[in-house]
Write a protein that binds this ligand. Sequence first.
Ligand code: OGA
Ligand code: NI
Length: 350
Amino acid sequence: MAAVSKRLLVSDLVTVDKINQVPSNYIRPLSERPNLRHVSSHETIPIIDLHDLNSPKRCHVINQIRDACREYGFFQVKNHSVPESTITNMMQIAKDFFNLPEEERLKSYSDDPNKTTRLSTSFNIRTEKVANWRDFLRLHCYPLEDYVHEWPTNPSSFRAHVKEYCTSVRGLALELVEAISESLGLERDYIGKQLGKHGQHMALNYYPPCPQPDLTYGLPGHTDLNLITILLQDDVPGLQVLKDGKWVAVDPVPNTFIINIGDQIQVLSNDKYKSILHRAVVNCDKERISIPTFYCPSRDAVISPAPEFVTEDQPAVYRPFTYGEYYDKFWNRGLATENCLDMFMATKST
Ligand code: OGA
Ligand code: NI
């Protein structure tokens, strides 16, 4: 049997130890493996052109967003407001960061999910039984001035490029939050007003090549706990989305972002829109980088189903909670596979 790895980061198992077998702590039981041959590549998630979002044709775009949210919980956007150079610089700086020597990267290492800037590995190594083939740098990035001083200073242009990127992506997030609000039939500013002072986190995900990609995951199936996620991926495939019980691959399209509904939209919409399971698989020969922005409420914001969606026939599915409470539960729950939303259901009074 393969040995259990002693390195903190999976990237160093690959580049320093040059392993040619997956260590046993990364191997999933047979019934939980990715089954890569059973992934649909015929279907993909819709691409929505945002060019007309601020034109008289806005309602067409809103309708496309509504259909995509109902049918997939996922869509891609093109002609968005984030400049190509901002995206290119962000991707390059992420690559440069993960190519730093091990001791340099480990300066940011922590396994404490409460830290607002940290490099870690897998998903949540304090609670999970099987590890995942991923290293990640997680950053809080709104309000910027509260966090930027914590970020890495190596590579030397890291802070400048990431600042530019997350400021620009926040603009896109605000446009999308308004559009999603409208697509639900709510006031354009309804959702934005529920988010307190607002929050924004991001992750730089690094998936090294894996000698046995059939045995493990970059990230196993999960939903995102935040409001919406705006994912940038490089040109290596790996993301898959669950659609009608089947995993569908979302192959990279240059200069598009992948948007998905997170748990907080599911709550605010009282289950009209669902937070969809997705996962990242790895491959034998290429590293992969993905950069999700998690747009979210601030910790003190109280989240509950919008009154418009609560009637006698359709009672509130969830009880009110603060985002801080949800966030802490999400990171501390025993198993990453347990659905966090289930822990916030309204108790039935019968
Ligand atoms: C995530 C995520 C997908 C990917 O970080 O929550 O779902 O393709 N990432 O890396
Ligand atoms: Ni995710």
